[in-house]
Design a binder for this molecule. Structure first.
Ligand code: UDP
Length: 364
């Protein structure tokens, strides 16, 4: 089979890493990088650390409004698809790159396999929700990471095309999270210079449109960190950089380590060694769960219902007192509860595409 995979953002590089390694054993993969994430430490570092094959096409498209970015990506991806004529298109998650690729392929009658299908926040103001819904509805093979995702498909009449395969992020976490020790990590401070990772720390990531549109929410999150007992490490997403530095300078916070984004090996190691996690990232919520770390999620919707059990992951508004209070709740971890699969979802994803292709061939 010839498969075109389209990726563009950090979490997609991580999922593609584990799936590509399996896929390329018996099939030809053409890798397209849209360019949505382009800084070295948001893109190339992931390709190097996770040994992801170099992209065959680099489209160099990022920025602009949602429609501008998605439209430009559709035009460029359509050209690649017309040239390559693949048997399948493979996409991951919920970014504009996912949606653009799925729409371009569907219009060319190229079957689309969507990994992380069925995930729903039921919040239409969340831009990724639109991407998830539209991508699922134009795809031919819907691979859910969790049972809740698979169940959601039934609500939209999609389950006939669906399968539960587990979460490739979990595969990646098992494979890569023990590669480094905290003592190997040097954090590059936004204000200049490097620091080592302190013995005890909280790990914060925050980049969603919902929390980064004005100073108020980020200031509340920083105020929460200032109220905690030990330092917080925050690798700042490029979207937030100037605001984060400005707030630090204006308020003289002393308990925050604001640093450049770290690579995946570093991030997974920080998750494993953090005291607790504060995030608005779908990926980090799950990684906190895999590592048995208490998580507070600064969003007003649930991304991964499986994690919201026994106080393991709690939603909070961006309000300092509420974040700190929720972080103080004790969680109960049941080691036998593993709703994200068995760590072999990459194999299941490739097998599912192979079976779907056989079925397609036999029905021709
Ligand atoms: N991550 C990383 N470096 C960082 C911050 C996060 O490698 O500086 C990883 C994190 O461990 C997780 C993924 O990036 O695996 C999450 O990506 P992101 O938060 O960009 O997207 P989302 O999960 O919200 O879709």
């Amino acid at each position: 089979m010839k498969i075109v995979t389209v990726v563009g953002a950090r979490p997609q590089f991580i999922k593609a890493a584990v799936v590509s390694h399996v896929l390329r054993k018996n099939h030809t993969e053409i890798l397209v990088h849209t360019g949505q994430h382009f800084d070295y430490n948001m893109s190339e570092q992931f390709f190097k650390e996770l040994d992801i094959p170099d992209p065959d096409y680099n489209l160099g498209i990022s920025g602009g409004t949602h429609a501008q970015m998605t439209g430009r990506m559709m035009i460029a991806i359509e050209e690649v698809l017309m040239k390559e004529q693949p048997d399948w298109l493979l996409v991951y998650g919920d970014t504009n790159s996912t949606l653009a690729a799925a729409l371009a392929a569907a219009k060319l009658h190229i079957p689309v396999c969507h990994v992380e299908a069925g995930t729903r926040t039921h919040c239409k103001t969340n831009p990724e929700e639109i991407n998830r819904i539209c991508t699922d509805h134009v795809s031919s093979l819907l691979l859910a990471s969790t049972k809740s995702g698979y169940d959601e498909m039934a609500n939209e009449g999609l389950q006939d095309k669906g399968l539960l395969v587990g979460d490739p992020m979990y595969d990646a976490f098992i494979e890569y999270s023990n590669k480094l020790n905290v003592s190997d990590i040097k954090l590059t401070l936004l204000q200049g210079g490097n620091v080592s990772v302190p013995e005890e720390f909280y790990y914060l990531t925050c980049h969603r449109e919902e929390n980064t549109n004005d100073d108020k929410d980020l200031l509340e999150i920083f105020n929460a960190c200032e109220m905690l007992d030990v330092l917080t490490i925050y690798p700042v997403h490029p979207r937030n950089k100037s605001r984060a530095v400005k707030l630090l300078e204006e308020n003289g916070f002393t308990k925050l380590i604001l640093c450049e984004p770290v690579g995946y090996l570093e991030s997974a190691c920080l998750v494993k060694n953090a005291k607790k996690i504060v995030t608005d990232s779908g990926g980090l919520q799950r990684e906190a769960f895999y590592a048995g770390k208490k998580c507070v999620t600064i969003l007003n919707f649930v991304c991964w219902p499986e994690t919201m059990i026994n106080n393991r992951n709690e939603l909070s508004r961006p309000v300092a007192k509420e974040i700190v209070e929720k972080l103080s709740h004790d969680q109960i971890v049941d080691e036998n509860y593993q709703p994200f699969g068995d760590g072999h979802s990459a194999n299941k994803i490739v097998e599912a595409i192979e079976s779907a292709e056989k079925e397609r061939e036999s029905s021709k």
